[in-house]
Design a protein around this ligand. Structure first.
Ligand SMILES: [Zn+2]
Ligand SMILES: [Zn+2]
Length: 1005
């Protein structure tokens, strides 16, 4: 095992201690932030590495007593989010500000309080939490100056620190670490000193009961408990066409328009559509009148290039990828009010109108630009359409593009290419002047600056623009703005409505943001109602995007709007995110690195879990990293142990002890104190949501559940309910309170995990209207009326096994093309791989069955899904048995082939029926995928025995030839029926494999 670290990083100490206690040998390697964004990095082997030092500690030094696992993770989370950043800020600041000092002291007092009660952080056993906290506090405890300043009132910390410090294993680790308590200390993240503002949020304190609540808070909690339901505003009337409503809060929500020529990856999803969706669901929870729109951005050279590559028209490319995007987002439960596209007549009309207005108002100029022109094709060539030899010294790659060289990765200027050629016809192009229209950003600059200062500043105080949004806007406005071309010599785009510009279209940066308007037009038919100021009502515009998209939303498009000067809305809230990295690198669409929307579906992990995990690592203040291991930890500790466990336990008490009838509560002072603490979290949830800090809002929800668990644990209804009358009444009260908290959670969870929240709502037998929150008075209210009867409690979440995540991590390592190669090359050992696929299919189907069961009792609906689940389980068992036999080198029995053939026939029938019943591809595509997987298995199963038999007989050649003929026919039919490569490519791969096997056999003979 290796640890990569910088000098004097206390987080590295954690790892060394944990490894030493676990008896594992560690090699220490020096590293800088050139590579990883966080240090230390623990590399177990080439498959498994950890970025989060606490996750690494848990891996090295697992909690032996599983009953304390939740507590330990909770402490570690607190350590990672509160103690470590605060300590780092203290150690790395030249002079420590008084509020920072205060924060440090209160955290230390808390640790001291824990150690006053117990020998170690959690009870009397050493746990991973001790290792993490001890390491973080190491400099404070061992540097005399810090000791005096911070630990004078913490005798218990000192006792504990000394005791641990005298252990041999820890002393050895400290020696290997070799750091100095005098500093300077190294940051754990490439971003340096953590931002202090992140740490003062009121949530996440592990021992929240110890915080006292004020009388005002208790009075408010009482008032809201009694009158909260009455104080909810009238539910908004459903509109067929969503338009702004007078007297209500009107919220227009946009998600950056995804570019059409690719499948979105997880980074794109959390950066835009998922974030916007969570916010939109929050708005519905608060009963704001909201419209949430998005769509594919379809014009531009990239589409034309892709179309050229695939030999189809740009329109066909757009149709194909628009469908893929829509299916991916539907799977992630992105609840757009409308998901449109930019290649519509509405787009043309609005973009042309705005351009002509800009021209009327004098903000459009004409300039001549030199551009590559192909005589033979009679067209100007976009940079990507020019190819040639890379001009960079030492590269000389012959197929460099006019914008970038794929060999050396450097940017290229089309005019600099050596021996340039037209991508379409290979003739050498020549430079030719072309007249283009320019938007005079310079003239618009004063108005733009005035607006930006006001919008970012004024709304900024109310959290209008997120940090990354403000930073990008400042960077752009630092220098004077220059005129920017709004037209190009291309075909695929919105035509420029001028006689002199017949062969030109708008540059996509100019017309893409207009897509928001045209998509609203497609959704409502009256886009101006939303997009133009109206004296009767107010509309607030919220825009979600990743940081690279900010300039278009805070500079370019506002400049257009200001120049048009017709009272269009300017953005109020820009919620931009930083980047999400994949494990130890970057997500990359062009290189196919990372997990893509379609991959996520195939893993068998429910969409709610993806949504939850992506939100919990949302890159709100800095870049963050996706990790399979962390996905498992978060699911198992937070969704399952914290949330799921609390909800299921509470409702089970009500169902089992009270026949599902909510018991009466006789509330005592302690209950209102609990409500007051809960209400702080609900208030935090609303505040964070309103400012687009979704990750923080989610933490508040988890805190509510944590408070619920603590309440359950301390009131022990299972004991009380067996006691005397008075005890029984207290037990009943505890159950009632817990069930009301579950109802609150069903409301608060709805934006993040809509499916689980809906299931919970059904179990509670409540309607969405009954589960709203009041953003004016965010608090726990009596969601469940007295005497309410709940439904049957069911578990909400399932455990994710580390082995399965390891498999997935290995499966999605490398680039997409490497994966495809691996899959094809491994077809001989395909049995285990297909078993894994089947496992995923079983998990997905089980989830589907649960969802169907929770939504209906109709057996006619439920039974087919159950049947399919059983069939899949049978196949899985067969595949696993086959895998085991394969490993022993025994020939595969004919049974597997027969049962696979039967399964294929059944699945084929199901697909035919589904396709006949609906055109909705998202409904039948998953079933088609299962069918294809089965077919591939069958082909493997059929091909395998022949290939494996050492004395290949003539018969096997014949049977291979037969298989090839059949498979060839299948491929021909598929290709004739669809252009969708994703459908026929797997079959082609099977065919190629068969041919390879045949060739090998023939050579042998
Ligand atoms: Zn090059
Ligand atoms: Zn040409």
């Amino acid at each position: 095992m290796k640890i990569y670290t910088n000098d004097n990083n206390t987080a590295t100490l954690k790892l060394l201690i944990a490894a030493n206690l676990a008896g594992k040998k560690i090699e220490l390697k020096k590293a800088t932030f050139e590579g990883p964004k966080a240090l230390p990095l623990l590399e177990v082997d080439d498959q498994l590495s950890f970025f989060s030092s606490n996750a690494a500690v848990q891996y090295l030094f697992p909690v032996l007593d599983l009953s304390q696992n939740g507590q330990c993770q909770q402490m570690q989370e607190w350590e990672a989010t509160r103690l470590q950043p605060t300590t780092a800020a203290v150690l790395m600041s030249k002079s420590v500000a008084s509020d920072l000092k205060q924060a440090m002291n209160s955290l230390l007092l808390m640790v001291d309080g824990l150690l006053k009660k117990h020998k170690y952080i959690i009870g009397d056993k050493l746990s991973a939490a001790d290792i993490s906290i001890w390491s973080t506090l190491y400099p404070l405890c061992h540097n005399k100056d810090y000791q005096k300043q911070y630990l004078a009132e913490c005798p218990n910390i000192m006792r504990w620190a000394d005791e641990l410090g005298s252990a041999k294993a820890i002393q050895e680790a400290v020696q290997q670490w070799g750091g100095s308590v005098q500093g300077p200390f190294a940051p754990t993240s490439a971003l340096g000193i953590p931002q202090f503002t992140n740490m003062v949020s009121p949530v996440g304190t592990p021992e929240s009961q110890e915080i006292s609540v004020t009388t005002e808070e208790i009075e408010a909690a009482k008032e809201n408990w009694i009158n909260g339901v009455k104080n909810l505003q009238e539910p908004l009337k459903k509109q067929d066409v969503i338009l702004p409503v007078k007297g209500r809060r009107n919220v227009l929500i946009t998600s950056a328009l995804p570019y059409v020529n690719n499948v979105p990856h997880l980074g794109n999803i959390i950066g835009c559509v998922l974030s916007a969706d969570i916010f939109a669901r929050y708005c519905r929870l608060c009963d704001y009148n909201s419209l949430f729109i998005c769509g594919t951005d379809e014009y531009g050279t990239a589409t034309e290039t892709k179309a050229l590559e695939e030999g189809v028209t740009p329109r066909e490319i757009c149709d194909k990828y628009h469908t893929i995007h829509e299916a991916v987002y539907r799977w992630f439960d992105i609840g757009f009010d409308y998901f449109g596209r930019t290649s519509t007549p509405e787009q043309t009309e609005i973009a042309q109108k705005m351009f002509l207005k800009l021209m009327d108002n004098g903000f459009i100029s004409k300039q001549s630009v030199d551009q590559q022109f192909c005589e033979r094709c009679q067209r100007f060539l976009a940079d990507r359409f020019v190819e040639g030899t890379c001009p960079h010294a030492g590269c000389g790659y012959e197929d460099a593009r006019g914008d970038q060289c794929d060999a050396c990765g450097r940017l290229v200027n089309a005019a600099d290419l050596v021996r340039p050629r037209c991508k379409l016809c290979a003739a050498p192009p020549a430079l030719r002047a072309s007249e283009q229209m320019f938007l005079e950003l310079g003239q618009l600059e004063p108005a733009l600056r005035a607006w930006a200062a006001g919008a970012a500043g004024a709304a900024g105080a109310a959290g209008g623009w997120s940090g990354p949004a403000r930073a990008a806007s400042r960077a752009w406005l630092r220098e004077a703005l220059r005129a920017r071309a709004v037209t190009r010599d291309l075909r695929w785009g919105v035509p420029v409505p001028l006689p002199a510009c017949r062969d030109k279209v708008f540059y996509v940066w100019f017309d893409a943001p207009i897509g928001y308007l045209s998509i609203t037009q497609c959704a409502t038919g009256q886009y101006e109602k939303w997009w133009k100021k109206n004296k009767d009502y107010d509309v607030k515009l919220y825009q979600f995007m990743a940081k690279d998209n900010v300039p278009f939303h805070v500079v370019m498009f506002p400049a257009t709007v200001i120049g048009v000067n017709e009272g269009h809305l300017l953005v109020d809230h820009v919620f931009a995110t930083e980047y999400l990295n994949y494990e130890d690198g970057k997500f990359s669409k062009s290189r196919g690195v990372g997990v893509f929307g379609t991959d996520a579906q195939e893993t068998g992990i429910p969409s709610d879990v993806w949504r939850f995990y992506l939100t919990s690592i949302r890159p709100e203040t800095s870049d963050s990293s996706f990790s399979w291991a962390e996905l498992g930890t978060r699911n198992n500790s937070e969704l399952l142990n914290n949330l799921g466990n609390f909800c299921h336990r509470s409702l089970s008490f009500c169902a089992n002890t009270f026949k599902g009838v909510l018991p009466d509560a006789q509330l005592a002072a302690a209950d209102y104190e609990l409500f007051a603490l809960v209400n702080r979290e609900v208030a935090g949830f609303v505040q964070h949501m309103e400012k687009g800090r979704l990750r923080e809002a989610l933490r508040c929800v988890l805190s509510v559940s944590r408070l619920g668990n603590q309440h359950m644990q301390s009131s022990q209804p299972w004991v009380l309910l067996r006691g005397d009358e008075q005890d029984k009444a207290r037990g009943a009260t505890a159950v009632c309170v817990c069930c009301q908290l579950v109802a609150l959670l069903a409301a608060l969870l709805a934006p993040f995990v809509p499916r689980a929240a809906a299931r919970l709502r059904d179990q509670l037998r409540l309607t969405p209207d009954q589960l709203r929150i009041n953003p004016e008075k965010p608090s726990l209210i009596q969601y469940l009326p007295p005497g309410h009867v709940i439904g049957k409690p069911e578990p909400l979440f399932a455990k994710l096994e580390p082995e399965m995540l390891e498999k997935l991590k290995a499966k999605y390592a490398g680039t997409q093309s490497e994966r495809a190669k691996k899959q094809n090359g491994a077809s001989k050992g395909a049995a285990p791989a297909s078993a894994a696929e089947l496992e995923a299919a079983v998990a997905a189907q089980a989830d589907k069955v649960r969802q169907i069961k929770s939504s209906t009792k109709d057996k006619a609906v439920v039974q087919p899904a159950v049947d399919k689940l059983l069939a899949l389980k049978k196949q899985l068992a067969a595949a696993q048995a086959q895998g085991a036999r394969g490993a022993q080198g025994a020939p595969t029995g004919a049974n597997d082939v027969a049962s696979l053939e039967k399964a294929i026939a059944e699945q084929g029938e199901k697909v035919r029926q589904l396709k006949a019943s609906t055109k909705d591809k998202s409904v039948w595509q998953p079933e088609v995928n299962i069918l294809l997987a089965l077919k591939k298995q069958l082909a493997d199963a059929q091909a395998q025995p022949e290939a494996a038999q050492s004395a290949a007989s003539v018969a096997s050649v014949a049977s291979l030839e037969k298989s090839i003929a059949e498979q060839g026919e299948k491929v021909r039919q598929l290709k004739a029926s669809t252009k969708d490569k994703s459908v026929w490519q797997p079959e082609v791969n099977v065919l190629l494999d068969l041919k390879k096997q045949l060739a090998a056999l023939q050579v042998k003979q």
